[in-house]
Design a protein around this ligand. Structure first.
Ligand code: SF4
Length: 377
């Protein structure tokens, strides 16, 4: 539970789940909710794939998935896993040999549905490879690829069918005494995904991987993911998340973090609080915030910055932020430090000045010399 005695309305009581490891990253059991993404390069192109993995890791991804549809990909996986700064999940669909090769190549986790592998002997072989190489497994149920017998039984993809599918896959792992697994029940429809996840959360104590699949383009997908995953996370469900967008994996990571930041579940970097701007603004709020987002993207220390166009809301917002700037008259505004009014600064120099102040404060917070103003950060 994120316990906040000062602001109890911010508390989220997280569902209790077992903990598993995806390489060095704990998932479930109260561990920080990890952010994942997936590369969209040809995995056999080691250079391009590693570049994307590293860019995603720099943006904050804790875990990155790569798809391994053929032998060329599982061969490339060895170097990708060795060079990657974060654990790699190998995405496998039906080919049990690819799963074994991926485990041997150093994947930290296999995304595979044991019910799709084929004979019981093949399932045993994959589980043995996972066990021998310290891999966990993610069962990934998807509304779009439910087993035929479940579609016949339920008529269409529905929460009952998705959870039944998940529990059937879980049973195969448990029958082989394998318990290092997490599970997802994704759908592109937020209502279906949310209902399936709620039902799943009741039916198992396995860690849950959240996702609204094929969510769409950057803006549409981000909104859909924030609604679906946000509602689930707010109710305490979810141990690791992946936002699926038809966009760069780095954008998926950014959106994933923003969802977690909005709920106070994870923090990273500068949280900018800014007003929408209007005729009262003392400087160009929109352009300034764009420039600051860009110039401050290297800061990883959790802290807050308020950029407000005028005194209507500026001083109030600045009270709760590490650094604040409020527009005033005559081409200058007021700078706030740790919630207190500090000094005036001209609009022309304010971006460079704020960047410098944020960098200084981040360094002081890292050293333990100062604390972030918002105790929830
Ligand atoms: S804070 Fe001031 S500038 Fe910003 S939207 Fe409100 S009134 Fe307009």
């Amino acid at each position: 539970m994120s316990h906040n005695p000062v602001r109890p309305w911010r508390n989220i009581e997280r569902r209790k789940s077992r903990q598993i490891m995806v390489g060095s990253v704990p998932v479930g059991g109260g561990a920080p909710i990890s952010v994942q993404t997936m590369t969209n390069t040809d995995t056999s192109d080691v250079k391009a794939t590693l570049a994307q993995v590293i860019a995603a890791a720099d943006a904050g991804a804790d875990i990155v998935r790569v798809s391994t549809p053929d032998q060329a990909s599982t061969r490339a996986l060895r170097e990708i896993c060795r060079e990657s700064p974060v654990p790699i999940v190998a995405d496998i669909h039906f080919h049990y040999r690819r799963a074994i090769e991926a485990a041997e190549a150093g994947a930290a986790c296999l995304r595979i549905n044991p019910g799709n592998i084929g004979s019981a002997e093949r399932v045993r072989e994959v589980i043995k490879a996972a066990r021998d190489h310290g891999c966990s497994i993610r069962i990934g149920v998807n509304a779009g690829s439910l087993e035929k017998h479940l579609l016949d039984k339920y008529g269409e993809p529905c929460p009952d069918a998705m959870v039944e599918s998940g529990l059937d896959h879980i049973k195969l792992l448990q029958d082989n005494d394998f318990h290092e697994f997490k599970i997802s029940v994704k759908a592109s429809d937020v209502f279906l995904a949310a209902a399936a996840y709620q039902q799943l959360a009741e039916a198992t104590d396995a860690p849950i991987h959240l996702g609204i699949t094929e969510a769409g383009s950057f803006v549409a997908g981000a909104v859909k993911s924030a609604i679906g995953m946000g509602a689930l996370l707010w109710s305490g469900i979810g141990d690791t998340i992946r936002v699926s967008l038809s966009a760069d994996p780095v954008e998926e990571v950014r959106v994933g973090y923003e969802i977690l930041k909005s709920l106070g579940l994870r923090t990273r970097g500068v949280q900018i609080i800014s007003c929408p701007s209007c005729a009262r603004q003392g400087f160009d709020v929109i352009k300034t915030v764009e420039a600051l987002e860009e110039r401050l993207s290297h800061i990883k220390t959790p802290m807050s910055l308020s950029i407000i166009g005028c005194v209507v809301n500026g001083p109030g917002e600045a009270l709760l932020t590490d650094i604040g700037f409020t527009g005033g008259g005559a081409g200058s505004g007021m700078v706030y430090l740790a919630g207190k009014q500090s000094h005036k600064m001209s609009n022309a120099q304010m971006i460079d000045h704020i960047v410098e102040l944020v960098e200084q404060r981040a360094a002081a917070i890292e050293k333990g010399a100062q604390k972030p103003v918002d105790a929830d950060l």
